[in-house]
Design a protein around this ligand. Structure first.
Ligand SMILES: [Zn+2]
Length: 439
C-alpha cells in the first residue's frame, strides 16, 4: 500500500504540468477503464447502460460520455447498496463519505483505499503549490448539528473527534454546533498555520476571536459556499494573510483549487471528468451551466455523470502559472439557490452577491426568498444609515427589476454559523433570529 501511495503521489505531482491534450488523453484512458469496470461488475450501471443499448467500448472520447445517463443523489438514495457496488466488494474496507445533509437527506459514497489515497494526493498537490510545509498545522472548521448528523449521536461524534485527532497530528478537524467559541481554546492550542472552512464559519471565527490573541496564519482556505469580495477582504485583513478558494465535497473529494496566481480554480481533471450542461444540453464557452462529475479513481462505488447540484462557469483561458489543469472561472452557486423571478428572469447567487457588494460600507447580509416575488434583504449590524438602505434597494432593483417586492430588515444578532448568502427556504435556516424592519 505504501508503494502504491508513493506511485499515486508521484503521478499527481507530475500530471499538473502535462499539456491539456495529454491530460485529455489521460482522462479518456481512465474513463474507459472505469466504464468497463462499472459495466462488468456493478448491477446499477450495467442495467442503465443496457437500457440505452450502450456498451463501454462505444465510449471512445469525452464527447461520447453524453450518451451515458445522468446519475442523481436520488439514485444513490433509492437503490440498494449492493446494486451500487461491485459484486464481492469488502464494504468494511471502505469509508463512507457523506454529503453535508444541509440540502436534503444525506447520502454517502463508499470510497476505497486507493481512491482515498488519490484524494489525499490532490490535497497535497494544493498544499505544495501554495508553499505549505507538511508539518505546518492545518485546522478545518466543521459545522455539525447533532440532529442532522447521520453518523449518530453526540457521544459517537466525540469518539470520531478523538479518532480524527489521533489519525494525523498536523491536520485536525474542529467540530462546532452553534459558534466557534466552543472550539476556540482547542483551536488556539493547536497553533494552526492554515484555517480552512466555509466562508460563514471563518467569519464566525473572527467574531469569536475578537477579544483574544489572533493566530499567526500563513493562509486561509475557503470552500463550501459563494465567497463575496467583502467577506474575502474582511477575512484577509483580520488574519493578515491571503485566502485561497477550493471547490469540492465530502462525498466526491477535492475537485478544484486556486494556485498562488488566483486566476480561477484549477480543476483536477486527472481524477475527474467535469461536464457543464445547459438546460437544453449544449453550452457556449463562458456560459454558466449545471455541473456533472465523473470520479475516475473510485472503483468501490463508481460515480458517473453525477449531478452535483451546483452551477459553474469554465474559463477557456489557461492559467499563467503554466499548469495544464484547466480553470473553472467561478462557482455560480447551488442550483437550488438560483432566483427564478416572475417573468422568467434567472439570477445566480454569485450575480446577486457581486451586485450588492458594490454598496459602500455594506455589513454582512443575506437574501431570503420567501416567494419568487417577495424577497427580504437582511443586514447584520447594530445600525445602518438610511443612505445605505436606499443604495442597497437601488442596486437590488437594478438587478431584479420592479417585479419583486423587497424589504430590508436589520438583524442585531451576530450571524449564525450557517449563514448563507441566499436562503431559498427561510423556515429551515432562520432558527431563533429576530428581525426588525428598516424603513
Ligand atoms: Zn495557476
Amino acid at each position: 500500500m505504501r508503494l502504491e501511495r508513493q506511485r499515486i503521489g508521484h503521478a499527481v505531482r507530475t500530471n499538473q504540468w502535462l499539456a491539456p491534450s495529454e491530460l485529455r488523453a489521460l482522462q479518456v484512458q481512465k474513463l474507459k477503464a472505469l466504464l468497463s469496470h462499472a459495466y462488468a461488475s456493478v448491477p446499477y450501471h450495467r442495467r442503465r447502460l443496457d437500457e440505452r443499448g450502450i456498451r463501454p467500448d462505444s465510449i471512445r472520447s469525452l464527447a461520447d460520455l453524453d450518451k451515458v445517463p445522468v446519475m442523481s443523489k436520488q439514485d444513490l438514495r433509492e437503490n440498494p447498496l449492493e446494486d451500487l457496488v461491485p459484486k464481492g466488494l469488502k464494504i468494511e474496507t471502505c469509508r463512507r463519505a457523506y454529503t453535508s445533509g444541509t440540502t436534503g437527506t444525506p447520502v454517502f459514497v463508499l470510497v476505497d483505499r486507493d481512491a482515498f489515497a488519490w484524494r489525499r494526493a490532490y490535497l497535497e498537490r494544493v498544499a505544495d503549490a501554495l508553499g505549505l510545509d507538511p508539518w505546518e498545522h492545518r485546522a478545518t472548521l466543521r459545522f455539525t448539528f447533532p440532529k442532522f448528523d447521520p453518523r449518530g449521536d453526540p457521544a459517537n461524534l466525540k469518539l470520531k473527534k478523538w479518532l480524527s485527532r489521533r489519525r494525523n497530528r498536523y491536520s485536525r478537524e474542529f467540530f462546532f454546533t452553534y459558534d466557534c467559541l466552543e472550539i476556540l481554546y482547542d483551536l488556539l492550542k493547536f497553533k494552526p498555520k492554515v484555517i480552512q472552512g466555509n466562508p460563514a464559519y471563518l467569519m464566525n471565527l473572527t467574531h469569536a476571536l475578537k477579544d483574544s490573541m489572533r493566530p499567526s496564519l500563513k493562509m486561509l482556505g475557503s470552500s463550501g459556499d459563494t465567497l463575496d469580495l467583502a467577506t474575502r477582504r474582511e477575512l484577509e485583513s483580520f488574519f493578515g494573510c491571503p485566502l485561497y478558494e477550493a471547490y469540492g465535497s465530502q462525498d466526491l473529494g477535492p475537485m478544484a483549487w486556486q494556485c498562488r496566481n488566483r486566476e480561477g480554480l484549477h480543476m483536477n481533471v486527472d481524477g475527474y471528468v467535469f461536464e457543464i450542461v445547459g438546460k437544453d444540453g449544449g453550452l457556449a464557452s463562458g456560459e454558466s451551466g449545471r455541473l456533472l462529475v465523473t470520479c475516475l479513481d473510485n472503483y468501490a462505488m463508481p460515480v458517473i455523470r453525477y449531478e452535483v447540484g451546483d452551477e459553474v462557469t469554465l474559463d477557456p483561458e489557461p492559467c499563467s502559472c503554466g499548469r495544464g489543469l484547466p480553470l473553472m472561472k467561478r462557482v455560480d452557486g447551488r442550483q437550488s439557490d438560483f432566483l427564478d423571478l416572475p417573468g422568467g428572469k434567472r439570477i445566480s447567487p454569485q450575480a446577486f452577491v457581486s451586485c450588492i457588494n458594490q454598496v459602500a460600507g455594506l455589513p454582512r447580509f443575506q437574501l431570503v426568498v420567501k416567494t419568487p416575488a417577495d424577497l427580504e434583504l437582511r443586514l447584520y449590524a447594530q445600525n445602518v444609515s438610511s443612505l445605505l438602505v436606499q443604495e442597497s434597494l437601488r442596486r437590488c432593483h437594478e438587478l431584479f427589476g420592479r417585479v419583486v417586492s423587497l424589504n430590508v430588515v436589520l438583524v442585531k444578532e451576530e450571524p449564525r454559523a450557517k449563514l448563507r448568502s441566499v436562503i431559498p427556504n427561510p423556515d429551515a435556516q432562520t432558527l431563533g433570529i429576530t428581525t426588525s424592519p428598516v424603513t
